[in-house]
Design a protein around this ligand. Structure first.
Ligand SMILES: *[C@@H]1O[C@H](CO)[C@@H](O)[C@H](O)[C@H]1NC(C)=O
Ligand SMILES: *[C@@H]1O[C@H](CO)[C@@H](O)[C@H](O)[C@H]1NC(C)=O
Ligand SMILES: *[C@@H]1O[C@H](CO)[C@@H](O)[C@H](O)[C@H]1NC(C)=O
Length: 254
């Protein structure tokens, strides 16, 4: 009797240990979205606008979202509680203004995007508000999408690049391929618009993102549109001043 009880326990133990890929129900993972401003500025009729902050956005991919997923179901989690957003928790926002800004027109200061991100996804992240934004920025630094692509000869130079090669570049570097979202650019060509990278709750292990409900459409080769700061329209400068800015910028690049 006693020995069969032990045997049963052992068998149960084996079954539990062997159950494949059992994901604990309380596990979450994160998805970080990177938007390429060169594509954004080219695809919208309104263009793109210089934020009202005195920090100029980086010439780089911008964080466009940092969302939380239930790892058991792959479904996104939103509005988990009512912890209010508090700007004071963010401390120095220079890096946020550079890498997680809002270039939508008309110009704004980015604060409303941070508030929305916190209230929608941040409250589900199991992180404090400051840790939520710091984690997103640290992941951006680590993934560093633009320099990773440029190092692999994939440059925002109006060239056409294979989606496979773009994915491979990340697979090789961080161990997981991103989801790629395209938009329609010049001459109705598909262009690189957003990259989505997923990371486990430890924020160290990159994983494959679940497919979006509606699959993203790209061609096999996609346009990598250039991005120049002069594309960002300033609200206060006149058309003439903007033209001078563009000339200066162009002159500096020669
Ligand atoms: C939140 O984090 C704590 C440890 O910091 C962990 O024990 C817990 O499982 C996490 N909860 C969720 C929902 O991920
Ligand atoms: C994930 O979804 C499962 C099934 O609906 C649920 O039991 C679990 O509590 C959820 N996990 C989190 C962290 O919300
Ligand atoms: C979640 O997404 C991953 C990556 O696409 C996939 O391997 C896994 O089977 C999905 N799990 C569920 C429950 O849909």
């Amino acid at each position: 009797m006693a020995s069969s009880g032990v045997a049963l326990l052992c068998l149960l133990g084996l079954l539990v240990a062997a159950s494949p890929a059992a994901v604990a129900a309380d596990k979450i993972f994160y998805q970080i979205a990177f938007m390429w401003p060169g594509a954004y500025c080219a695809q919208t009729n309104a263009g793109c606008c210089m934020p009202t902050t005195d920090v100029v956005p980086a010439a780089d991919f911008y964080v466009a979202g940092f969302t939380v997923y239930n790892a058991t179901t792959n479904s996104s989690m939103t509005g988990c509680n009512n912890t209010p957003f508090n700007m004071n928790q963010l401390g120095d926002t220079t890096k946020l203004m550079q890498y997680w800004n809002n270039i939508r027109c008309p110009s704004s200061d980015g604060e409303s995007s941070w508030k929305k991100a916190w209230q929608t996804s941040g409250v589900c992240s199991n992180l404090s508000e400051s840790a939520y934004f710091e984690t997103a920025l640290a992941l951006r630094d680590k993934i560093n999408p633009l320099s990773r692509l440029v190092r692999n000869d994939i440059k925002p130079d109006f060239g056409l690049y294979s989606v496979k090669k773009i994915k491979k570049t990340f697979q090789k570097g961080i161990g997981a391929a991103p989801l790629i979202q395209c938009s329609k650019g010049p001459f109705d060509k598909f262009q690189l618009y957003q990259l989505f990278v997923c990371v486990a709750e430890d924020t160290k292990t990159f994983i494959e993102c679940p497919s979006p409900k509606k699959a993203y459409t790209c061609s096999d080769e996609i346009l990598f549109h250039p991005f120049k700061k002069w594309m960002l329209k300033t609200a206060s400068t006149s058309f003439a001043a903007r033209a001078i800015d563009q000339l200066l910028e162009a002159a500096m690049e020669i």
